[in-house]
Write a protein that binds this ligand. Structure first.
Ligand SMILES: Cc1cc2nc3c(=O)[nH]c(=O)nc-3n(C[C@H](O)[C@H](O)[C@H](O)COP(=O)(O)OP(=O)(O)OC[C@H]3O[C@@H](n4cnc5c(N)ncnc54)[C@H](O)[C@@H]3O)c2cc1C
Length: 807
């Protein structure tokens, strides 16, 4: 074959011509970057895209992903018209079938999300299911959630339509052009090597799909994704379908673990096997092409039997085709997209397991991010930075397999998933487990959620209602509010800045006050568009030396943010794993601390928001006088190898002060009483400083990133606000994402909440339109389909003026 004429330069080279790469190419070109090129090793669709089942729907665990799925489905008409290439779209509507009360509850939660997102979903009865889909036996179902937007398409047609529409907008794509190497130049651009020449690109995007890992390896990047084998089958013609003149709706039956739709005059039916089969764990061969894998119906026999019961017509005809094909999963089932932390101009969009539901939204988000520096909505649930180096290839395979198996398996709000555990532990892990800690995992690290009466008692019963930790958490809260409690803080992020330019740099990127030596401040960090990108505690350890404490989950995202334009005279490091520790808080925490340090801990000698590098419990520490519980409290950070010694000292000194270990659930309960938000839930880039109330920490007298946008919003007033509500409800609390309503109309959503044990109230935080944000406003909150009255609060429920904390 003749060598093709590749351009020598491009603004962006997209590696991989599956649906995801083609969608990114389309969006970049549509939004104005014409100098963009896609390289495909074989034909377009040659990874998992060509053999997809083509079912499309909007439901996702993350509301912003649902929004993007809705966007994706709406986009298909546009690309079909622009490209002239059929996408074979059938918008039939579809239902999510609940055959148990638990699944009905799950769907009620989904309905509530859809209500505030403005998505068109409604409950229908089993009889209505049978009316719309006469092949379904309705006796198995309790209810179904109907979504108008669902349907199916031709996966290959959709991928080509994206590519051809991108071409119409001025982009180029080259097939049979494998990328064999990616090399970075000193100016940050990339030389992308192919057998037909080298393209120098300002940015590259890994959309390698089944080969995402291999494309990453070219640059030493280990992406924790895993291709999984997946079966679907197509039946022979079903006479009842052949006799119809309208297409049957699509559907998902969670309990039977099947998705199904009409395919010609038969049915297509797919299932996620109870024991997933990872494919090519050691790496995807480069010569794998348009191939399918040998099928093994035994793996899905149980599921098929159930589907024959529920859709009997399927069992009555033969199977025409059985497809077993691989597609790539990520550890939590969501895509991994965005700039790869630690790299420059290297982007990825991998692990997209529902490419035809999500590909358009991924393309939109990536294009916005690459072109504008930030996406227009918070895509944390898809951000590649939600994983760190602990997300190793082995861990990725274990978790991706777990996720595959659980694709249609319910995960309750209080549930902690079993696989990939103990990936990271601290020195007191065994000690806390022996005391009855029920552990969770955050950013790979095990941390205590709550403490039972001993290891045998430390189990969970998955539920949407108040769970069995309720009374245990109550006693932890009581210990902190009355005496003193301690919680591990290894999972807080720590970012260290040193150098002559550190103060000036922090003053620029943080919107708040930068403290003088020995003091702490809390500050928001904003994007140029004025969106929240962090709420960080800044500790000044010395004139040119700072430590920032923040969300553990966001640590890689923050590292990426800090590293993107770090001046030469600033040295920065993510030191989260170098500092573990314990936070003690409660009215007796000062007395406890005084027993294990020689320093004067008197209220005048060590004030609220003071910090000191000293010794506590005989080990060197950074001691901060702050607390997230709203009590007098201290965060004691030590090097990991001193943690056991520190923990022992705290336990011994606290023995006759009523000391008790507490976990994350007690902390979440106490911070609700103070109306303090948490990152990823209440604080996130969907909102601004003014909307979240974080604007009170802004230093308006200086210049900082996002100032112009924040000032404009200050002048006009925010259109929505974060509020705290007390809900009139018993036995159940919000988790998050419930709709908030006034007169039956959604005016906002719950960002977090739970039971506030000390004040004994069910509390939620959430964003509502500014017109509904005043203290005393009566609203309703939808929990599992019931509407409960709630009242917006004007002040924190506990210690409103902060006297206890400042004592
Ligand atoms: C059996 C089955 C059923 C499915 N059903 C559905 C469904 O109903 N709905 C849905 O939304 N999704 C479904 N999917 C998932 C869907 O197919 C994937 O989410 C989607 O194909 C992912 O697209 P992608 O572009 O990320 O990856 P891929 O399709 O794998 O594309 C990656 C591309 O990159 C190319 N490439 C790799 N390395 C290089 C290189 N070095 N140089 C140049 N090119 C390279 C490959 O050749 C390939 O074409 C199904 C998948 C399977 C297997």
């Amino acid at each position: 074959m003749d060598k093709k004429q590749l351009p020598s330069h491009a603004k962006v080279v997209v590696i991989g011509g599956g649906v995801v790469g083609c969608s990114i190419l389309f969006h970049l070109a549509k939004f104005g970057w014409k100098d963009v090129v896609l390289l495909e090793r074989d034909e377009l669709t040659s990874g998992s895209s060509w053999h997809a089942a083509g079912q499309i729907h909007t439901i996702s665990s993350d509301p912003n992903i649902s929004r993007l799925q809705s966007y994706t489905i709406d986009l298909y008409k546009e690309i079909e018209e622009l490209s002239g290439h059929s996408v074979g779209l059938h918008i039939t509507g579809g239902f999510y079938l609940a055959s148990t009360p638990e699944w009905y509850d799950y769907l009620k939660r989904e309905r509530s999300k859809a209500r505030y997102m403005g998505l068109n979903q409604e409950f229908i009865s089993p009889a209505e299911v049978a009316e719309r889909h006469p092949l379904i036996d309705p006796k198995h179902y309790v209810a179904a959630l109907w979504d108008d937007q669902d349907g199916d398409l031709d996966p290959s047609g959709a991928t080509y339509a994206f590519a051809k529409a991108a071409k119409v907008h001025g982009a180029q794509y080259f097939t049979h052009t494998p990328v064999t190497g990616t090399t970075q130049r000193s100016d940050g651009s990339w030389d992308v090597t192919t057998p037909d020449g080298v393209i120098n690109a300002e940015m590259i995007v890994n959309c390698g799909g089944l080969w995402a890992r291999e494309v990453g390896h070219m640059q030493g990047i280990n992406l924790p994704v895993q291709p999984m084998e997946h079966h679907y089958l197509i039946t022979e013609e079903i006479p009842e379908i052949a006799a119809r003149d309208t297409r049957l709706p699509a559907g998902i039956d969670y309990e039977a673990n099947i998705y199904f739709r009409q395919e010609r005059n038969g049915m297509l039916l797919g299932t996620y096997e109870p024991r997933g089969t990872p494919w090519k764990v050691a790496g995807t061969p480069w010569d794998f092409g348009h191939e399918l894998l040998p099928h093994d119906l035994d793996r899905i026999a149980e599921r098929l039997e159930m589907s024959f019961e529920r859709i009997p017509a399927i069992g009555a005809v033969g199977i025409k085709d059985i497809i077993n094909g691989p597609f790539t999963f990520g550890p939590d089932g969501n895509p991994m997209i965005g700039p790869v932390p630690g790299m420059t101009n290297y982007w990825c969009a991998v692990g997209v397991m529902a490419g035809f539901c999500q590909g358009g939204g991924v393309g939109l988000t990536m294009a916005e991010w690459m072109m504008d520096g930030e996406p227009s909505i918070d895509v944390w649930a898809m951000d590649v930075a939600r994983f760190g180096d602990w997300a190793t290839p082995d861990w990725g395979t274990v978790k991706s397999t777990e996720n595959y198996e659980r694709r249609f398996v319910m995960t309750f709000p209080n549930e902690t998933l079993p696989k990939g555990r103990l990936q990271k532990t601290t020195a007191i892990y065994d000690r806390l487990v022996a005391k009855g800690a029920r552990m969770g995992q955050s950013f790979g690290l095990e941390n205590a959620l709550w403490f039972a009466d001993g290891p045998d008692d430390a189990h969970e019963e998955p539920t949407f209602e108040r769970n069995r930790s309720h009374e245990y958490v109550a006693r932890e809260v009581e210990a902190v509010r009355s005496n003193v409690g301690g919680i591990e803080i290894a999972n807080f992020a720590k970012h260290e800045f040193k150098g002559a330019g550190a103060r000036a740099y922090l003053n620029r990127i943080l919107a708040g006050f930068i403290p003088k030596a020995g003091r702490l401040t809390l500050t928001p960090m904003l994007t140029p568009n004025g969106k929240l990108y962090g709420d960080l505690t800044v500790a000044c350890l010395g004139d040119d030396h700072f430590m920032l404490f923040g969300s553990g989950a966001m640590q890689e995202a923050h590292r990426r943010w800090f590293e993107q334009d770090l001046p030469d005279d600033v040295f920065y490091q993510n030191v989260s794993d170098d500092w573990h520790g314990v936070a003690i808080s409660g009215p007796k925490s000062r007395a406890l601390l005084a027993r294990i340090t020689r320093d004067d801990m008197g209220s005048d000698a060590f004030k609220f928001r003071d910090l000191r590098q000293t010794y506590v419990g005989g080990v060197p520490v950074i001691l901060n006088r702050i607390s997230f519980s709203g009590e007098l409290g201290y965060e004691i950070y030590c090097r990991p190898h001193y943690l056991m010694k520190l923990a022992e000292a705290i336990e011994d000194a606290g023995a006759n002060l009523g000391y008790r270990w507490y976990g994350a659930r007690a902390l979440m309960s106490m911070r609700l009483e103070k109306a303090w938000g948490v990152w990823t839930l209440d604080y996130r880039p969907d909102f601004s400083a003014a909307q979240s109330g974080m604007d009170v920490f802004i230093n308006w007298k200086k210049d900082f990133v996002g100032k112009a946008a924040a000032a404009a919003e200050k002048a006009s007033g925010p259109d929505k606000r974060l509020v705290t509500m007390v809900i009139d409800v018993d036995g159940i609390d919000v988790s998050n994402d419930e709709a908030i309503l006034v007169d039956g109309v959604a005016v906002g959503y719950v960002s977090s909440g739970g039971y506030a044990h000390h004040v004994k109230k069910s509390v939620a935080m959430g964003y509502v339109g500014a017109a509904h944000a005043a203290a005393g406003t009566r609203v309703q909150v939808e929990i599992l389909g019931q509407f409960y009255d709630a009242e917006i609060q004007g002040a924190p429920l506990y210690d409103a003026n902060g006297a206890n904390m400042r004592a």
